[in-house]
Design a binder for this molecule. Structure first.
Ligand code: MN
Length: 158
């Protein structure tokens, strides 16, 4: 290997490392806004990518709301789904997406609030470049979330 190749390899290495560090700092940037602990990695098939759930409160017969803090890593999102009594999403940090069926995608940042109507198919998640943290308040009064199918790359990016 000649000197030129070694220099090229070195520069490529520096570039790759700095990209990696940039991604890391963007994740950390969103995570600075975490209010509650990140919780456990979600392992069910209702999500694409890596997401974390801290189940803060379970619904009961008196208060039918369940409350959870969800952290989506960049590119992670839910499948299409609906809630029988709707859902409230509080954006805590990072950059998120929210889309209802047949409506344009909304971009969410810290401080945004979404009221998702009952039985309307929708999905939520992080943008491709930044993590997203949300608090989801979901009434369980009329039953559990109805999970559908994955959000395609086309739907996610358009
Ligand atoms: Mn939802």
């Amino acid at each position: 290997m000649n000197f030129k190749n070694i220099t090229g390899l070195f520069l490529f290495g520096v570039l790759a490392l700095s990209c990696q560090q940039q991604n890391k700092s963007e994740n950390t940037e969103a995570e600075k806004d975490l209010i509650f602990e990140k919780g456990a990695k979600i392992t069910n098939a209702n999500f694409i990518g890596t997401a974390w759930l801290n189940n803060l409160m379970n619904a009961d017969s008196i208060n039918t709301n369940s409350v959870g803090s969800v952290t989506f890593e960049p590119g992670a999102r839910t499948n299409w789904h609906s809630h029988p009594t709707g859902q409230i999403i509080l954006a805590i940090g990072g950059e998120g997406y929210y889309q209802e069926k047949d409506s344009p995608k909304k971009i969410l940042h810290k401080g945004d609030v979404v009221k998702c109507p009952p039985n309307v198919p929708h999905w939520h998640g992080a943008s491709p470049e930044k993590a997203f943290i949300q608090i989801a308040i979901t009434s369980r009064q009329d039953g559990p979330t109805k999970w559908m199918y994955p959000v395609t790359e086309k739907e996610y990016l358009e």
